[in-house]
Write a protein that binds this ligand. Structure first.
Ligand code: HSE
Length: 411
């Protein structure tokens, strides 16, 4: 028998208890031992649950229990999660987490601490919910050099954008539905402002490129300013609007960026709708590999957590391929160095001439009911620096720039 403790009984924590109980026999076979939940840490009371007797408010009770081999941290946030995870690793327990904020902020330190104590710190559920991506990235693709990762990494925002595109549904109503379905963060600002996607692309970039990429190095924009007009113009470009996390090697370093993008309908990411996530990994020798599945929700995420628990109990010491070094930020270059086609929507008088003077040849877009003082267009690939110069030229002539987005996936 192997005892497991769960820190936090929210959506994912209760799902972990449910999955461990529901599939106890088959999980036991794969793990080579019966796995059971011995303690659950939560400050709330759950007297109605059949396993109410497992709850404790004392972390000390868990960390000092020699029978507990694996601690599952599903509380969210960095404090006190970081202290609890560090203490559990120092006490010789492996730790599994779904907490992307923690991994994005402290991943390098916690992976190193786990190795120092002969344990594992695993976080498959922190990116892509139920989609296997962390393990494939460091194990299955271990022989390859990763050049680029582009992903739809947040289920809540993809659900909202899908409702806006397909059903013309308002932003607030779609967000409320996503919250009711258990997809959103406790504070959904992290979803809609792109912060959750930023944390996830940081984790993937750190793992793929070997040095920690911290969130403060990643320009981040959410979907709150995406309008139905942008969606209609994107349609005219044969694109859909998706919130992407993007990281790529460039000039011997890497950059990462998060924001809404026009995604070509010809790209494998364009058809990824609702709560589904997809991650395209471009390897130097493997080429493109795409991972697709449910990116949020109680049981898909819990399933990823439980698979990590099985890895912890079957591993013979720290998993060699799972590691990266800490960094001082010099590993990351400014994403403005990346030259990509850009989408712009502007308002003003005499737009056609002003746009031509600033950008040269552009591809003008149409939408039903387009007012005479509005234009939207896509450009040839330009860097973020060039874009800033051209935007300054436009605004100096009295043009109001309503929207700018990167365009991804066009040939
Ligand atoms: N709020 C997150 C999402 C949960 O919507 O994707 C999964 O990380």
């Amino acid at each position: 028998m192997i005892a497991v403790a769960v820190l936090g009984h929210g959506v994912v924590g209760s799902g972990v208890v449910e999955v461990l109980e529901r599939s106890r026999a088959s999980i036991g076979k794969k793990a080579g031992a019966d796995l059971y939940v011995k303690k659950i840490l939560d400050i709330r009371e759950f007297p109605h649950l059949p396993y109410a007797h497992l709850f404790t408010k004392s972390f000390e009770e868990i960390v000092s229990d020699p029978e507990i081999r694996v601690v599952v941290e599903v509380m969210g946030g960095v404090t006190p999660a970081f202290d609890f995870v560090s203490a559990a690793l120092r006490a010789g327990k492996s730790v599994v987490t779904s907490n992307k904020e923690l991994v994005a902020a402290k991943g390098a330190a916690l992976v190193a601490l786990a190795r120092e104590h002969g344990q594992n710190f695993l976080f498959e559920a922190s990116v892509g919910g139920g989609i296997p991506i962390i393990r494939p990235l460091h194990q299955s693709l271990a022989a390859d050099e990763i050049d680029e990762i582009v992903g739809i990494l947040n289920g809540t925002t993809n659900f909202i954008l899908t409702k806006m595109i397909r059903e013309n549904m308002g932003f607030d109503a779609a967000l409320k539905m996503a919250q009711e379905l258990g997809y959103a963060e406790a504070n959904p600002a992290a979803d809609v402002e792109g912060i959750d996607t930023c944390r996830k692309i940081c984790i993937l970039a750190s793992l793929a490129f070997g040095s920690h990429v911290y969130p403060d190095k990643v320009p981040t924009q959410g979907i709150t300013s995406v309008t139905l007009e942008d969606i209609q113009y994107a349609e005219d470009e044969n694109c859909v609007i998706k919130l992407l996390g993007h990281t790529r090697r460039l000039n011997g370093k890497c950059f990462a960026v998060t924001g809404p993008c026009l995604v070509s309908r010809e790209s494998p990411l364009a058809g990824v709708d609702d709560v589904f996530n997809a991650i395209l990994v471009r390897g130097e020798v493997t080429g493109d590999v795409v991972f697709y599945g449910k990116g949020a929700g109680k049981l898909p995420t819990a399933s990823a957590v439980v698979s990590d628990i099985i890895d912890c109990v079957t591993a013979d010491g720290p998993i060699a391929t799972l590691q990266w070094s800490d960094s001082d930020g010099n590993n990351v270059i400014d994403s403005r160095e990346d030259a990509v086609p850009r989408y712009l929507r502007c308002r003003g008088e005499g737009l056609f001439a002003k746009i031509g003077a600033a950008f040269g040849e552009v591809h003008l877009l149409r939408r039903p009911g387009k007012p005479a003082d509005e234009e939207a267009f896509t450009t040839a690939p330009i860097s973020g620096y060039e874009l800033e110069e051209k935007l300054a030229a436009l605004t100096a002539q009295g043009v109001e720039v309503l929207s700018t987005m990167r365009v991804w996936g066009q040939q």
